[in-house]
Each structure stands twice: as structure tokens, then as C-alpha cells.
Design a protein around this ligand. Structure first.
Ligand code: UD1
Length: 417
């Protein structure tokens, strides 16, 4: 298993290019199932999850080729409708094949994803939404067995604006008979990206990016040729790295418009943010200021940036608070940050972070994608050596992260134990 060895403290300076967004690419890959012919995705990051979704699609009979940030997908010869447990358990977003398989093939057998390190992560809203569209769904031996002769439009009110449920319902509704309305839909840029690709293919969708999406079903949709949006969480992670290391980083090839809540909090910490032609520059303050952060659904502060923000606040002047509204148990990074000398207390969904003068290197264990990047950030400023174990998590969601950090002055290397 690979680990990172980081020697700190270091001050990061330079520029970094942001890759395509994992969370935009995965639904787009699944959406290819809705089409017949060659779909092309541009700006695709080379991630472990790209490989997992490719393997899953190949298992269904989709022809998948990846070359030089481009992904070619041809779903004309699908011969299976099964997403097996061994793949779904390593990547929950495998559930995205459920709706397109039902809509296009009339049947799907998809393993239930199960829980994750930070909570149960249910999929009840995906299933209720698909049932409202006419799918018959049963759970059998750990698998979702779903079928439908023909889906029909419906009005679906989500009790929470789930990204995953919005993606699955949207993909099913484009080929359903009649009109579907998703109320309390997720507004994330990744949903807009998916809707735009589907619209380019002939789907009729209105309201993406707002909490009410209206879809008028069509008989078929054509293959798409589409560009994946930049990863706003990767951009936010590098922005946080500039602040925590007292450095200055130009973050290129990203979409600042997707990052207002992150900019607000980094500015509250004293960071200076200036927009540039295709990105922005972040400059750290003399001393990080404490602040209050509450995660929420887009456009609120993303839960996927909570761990990185916490690393940064560990070194702030005074006491900060973080309230995790999306996943109340998403604090598995806290015991690891404490190993580096952080002073953090958890009470339910609230973390109180007392700023400390310095962190000290130690071995720490990564528990999920974003927790891993938070540990790297802390390792960059911790005095001495930090070893981050189980970095396979980070390889799922960040492209060549150690190369990107090394290029802007970090002392970081990958070792195989
Ligand atoms: C997506 C992102 C993940 C991010 C999360 C929240 C992908 C591949 N993953 O995950 O990185 O952390 O959004 O921004 O895009 N919920 C239910 N029932 C459901 C579905 C969700 O109760 O059927 C709840 C969840 O427990 C959670 C909230 O809704 O509290 C949001 O979850 P959701 O938006 O669905 O997250 P994912 O799509 O799994």
C-alpha cells in the first residue's frame, strides 16, 4: 500500500492547474448508457474512480477508451445490466448506472452500496424517485432489482437536495413519457454540467442549477461530446494549502464562480483572493484568523471542503467552530489531526477548533478522499516528518496530487510499503 512522506514546514508558491471534476465526470460516464454511438468526454481526470467506473461500464458491455484526458464511451452493445458488489463497494457513485439502465434497458441489478466511513449514506431518495417514475424495485440478496417497461413523468419532492438522487432521477426522466418535476433538487454545478450534456444530446431540461428542475421526456437521446467542468474541491484544496503554508498560489483552469462560499471563508481567515483570467490567486495572511464555518448544500460551504478547512483552522489565532450539516459524523480526520498536535473537540455535529502555535509531524491514517487531503495540508506545515498512510483514498479523487504539490515547493514523496 502506498503512503506519502511529507517534510514540513514548507511555504507553497507558484501555480497549479486544476483537473476535471470527479463528481461531474462520474454521472456523465453513466449517462453514456442512455445513448447509442460514441460519446466523448473532455477534461477527464486520470483517477482511480475513473478506472472503477470504466471497469463497471465495460462489465455491462460499454466500449470505454481513455487517452490523454479524453474518454470515449460507446454503449451500443450493452449485454449486461448488473453492477457487482466488488465494484460498488469501492465507489458509491456506481449507483449512477441504476437509472440509465432502467430507462434504456428496462432492467437493472445493482449492488446496494452499504455505509461509509462517515455514516450510513442512504439511497432511499434515489429509489423512491425511480419508483415514482414507474420503476418496480425490490431488494434481493444485497442487490437492487429494478425493472420498468416504460417510465412515466411524475412530480418528485426530495426531502433533502441529494446530489445522487437528483442525478439518478434526472437521467431516468429524460427518457420517461411526459413531464417530470424535481422539487428541492440539488443545485450543484455538477448537476448543471450533466443537464447541459443531456440537453446537447436532445433532452429537454429546464431549471438545472435551481431547486426546481423540469424534464420533458423524449424518445431517444444522441451521443454527446462534452467537457467536464473543473474540480472546485481540488481548487479549494490548493487554495487552503496556500493559506495554511503562508504561501501564494495561482490556481488555474478553474471556475471561480463555483467557489463563492469557499472564497468567503478563506477571506474571513484573512486570505487575499484575486481573480485572474482563468482562475484566481490566493495569498495567505500573516496570521490565519479564526472563523465559523457551517457546511450545507450548494451554494453553501461544501462538506467536501470541511476537513481541509479544519486543518487550516488548527493554526488560526483563537477558537473556530465548524458545524457539519450534511454528514453529521464526517469527522474521521479529527483523531488524526490530533496526532499532529491539533486541539479539536467534537460535540455532535459541531467541532470546536482551538488554534495551536504549531503542528508536529507524525504517522497518520487517511480515512476518505477529503480527509486525506486535509492530512496532507496539515503535514505540509507540521514540523518534521508526517507519513500519511492509506493514500489509495486520495488517488480516488485527486490527480497526481503529490506532483502538483511538489511543483509548488512541497517536500512530498510517495512510497510503497
Ligand atoms: C455527493 C458527492 C460527495 C459530497 C456529497 C454532498 C458525488 C459522487 N459525491 O455525494 O462528494 O460529499 O454529494 O455534497 O458527487 N441522503 C438521504 N437519502 C438519499 C440520498 C442522500 O437521506 O437517498 C442524504 C445523505 O445522508 C446526506 C445528504 O442527503 O445527508 C446529501 O447526500 P447526497 O447529496 O446524496 O450525497 P452523494 O450524492 O452521495
Amino acid at each position: 500500500m502506498d503512503s506519502f512522506i511529507i517534510r514540513g514546514p514548507s511555504r507553497l508558491k507558484g501555480s497549479v492547474n486544476i483537473s476535471g471534476a470527479k463528481n461531474a465526470m462520474l454521472p456523465l460516464m453513466a449517462a453514456a448508457i442512455l445513448t447509442e454511438g460514441k460519446c466523448v468526454l473532455e477534461n477527464v481526470p486520470d483517477l482511480k474512480d475513473t478506472g472503477t467506473m470504466s471497469e463497471l461500464l465495460r462489465g455491462l458491455g460499454v466500449d470505454v477508451e481513455f487517452s490523454d484526458s479524453r474518454l470515449f464511451l460507446d454503449a451500443s452493445k450493452i449485454e449486461s445490466e448488473e453492477a457487482p458488489y466488488n465494484l460498488v463497494r469501492t465507489m458509491r457513485a456506481s449507483i449512477y448506472v441504476l437509472a440509465p439502465l432502467i430507462a434504456k434497458r428496462g432492467h437493472a441489478r445493482v449492488s446496494l452500496p452499504g455505509g461509509c466511513a462517515w455514516g450510513p449514506r442512504p439511497i432511499d431518495l434515489h429509489l423512491k424517485g425511480l419508483m415514482a417514475l414507474g420503476a418496480k424495485i425490490e431488494i434481493d440478496h444485497g442487490y437492487i432489482e429494478a425493472s420498468a417497461d416504460r417510465l412515466h413523468g411524475a412530480e418528485i419532492i426530495l426531502s433533502v437536495p441529494s446530489v445522487g438522487a437528483t442525478v439518478n432521477i434526472l437521467m431516468a426522466a429524460v427518457l420517461a413519457d411526459g413531464e417530470t418535476i424535481i422539487e428541492n433538487a440539488a443545485c450543484e454545478p455538477e448537476i448543471v454540467n450533466l443537464a447541459e450534456a443531456l440537453k446537447q444530446s436532445g433532452a429537454i431540461i429546464d431549471g438545472e442549477g435551481t431547486s426546481k428542475i423540469v424534464i420533458k421526456g423524449v424518445k431517444e437521446i444522441q451521443p454527446f461530446n462534452f467537457r467536464v467542468i473543473p474540480d472546485r474541491i481540488e481548487a479549494g484544496t490548493f487554495a487552503a494549502a496556500a493559506v495554511i503554508t503562508g504561501g501564494k498560489i495561482e490556481i488555474r483552469d478553474c471556475e471561480p464562480d463555483h467557489m463563492h462560499s469557499v472564497f468567503d471563508k478563506l477571506s474571513a481567515c484573512g486570505a487575499k483572493i484575486e481573480l485572474s483570467q482563468n482562475g484566481f490567486t490566493v495569498e495567505a495572511p500573516e496570521k490565519i484568523r479564526s472563523t465559523e464555518v457551517e457546511t450545507g448544500y450548494y451554494p453553501s460551504f461544501p462538506t467536501d471542503m470541511q476537513a481541509q478547512m479544519m486543518s487550516l483552522l488548527c493554526l488560526a489565532d483563537g477558537t473556530s467552530s465548524i458545524v457539519e450539516h450534511v454528514y453529521p459524523d464526517r469527522f474521521t480526520h479529527v483523531p488524526e489531526l490530533r496526532r499532529l498536535g491539533a486541539d479539536i473537540n467534537i460535540d455532535g455535529r459541531v467541532a470546536i477548533v482551538n488554534g495551536v502555535g504549531r503542528l508536529a509531524g507524525a504517522p497518520v491514517m487517511a480515512t476518505d478522499i477529503r480527509a486525506s487531503s486535509a492530512l496532507i495540508l496539515a503535514g505540509l506545515v507540521a514540523h518534521g516528518e508526517t507519513k500519511v498512510l492509506r493514500i489509495y483514498h486520495i488517488d480516488r479523487g485527486y490527480e497526481r496530487i503529490e506532483e502538483k504539490f511538489a511543483a509548488i515547493g512541497a517536500d512530498i514523496r510517495r512510497i510503497s510499503d
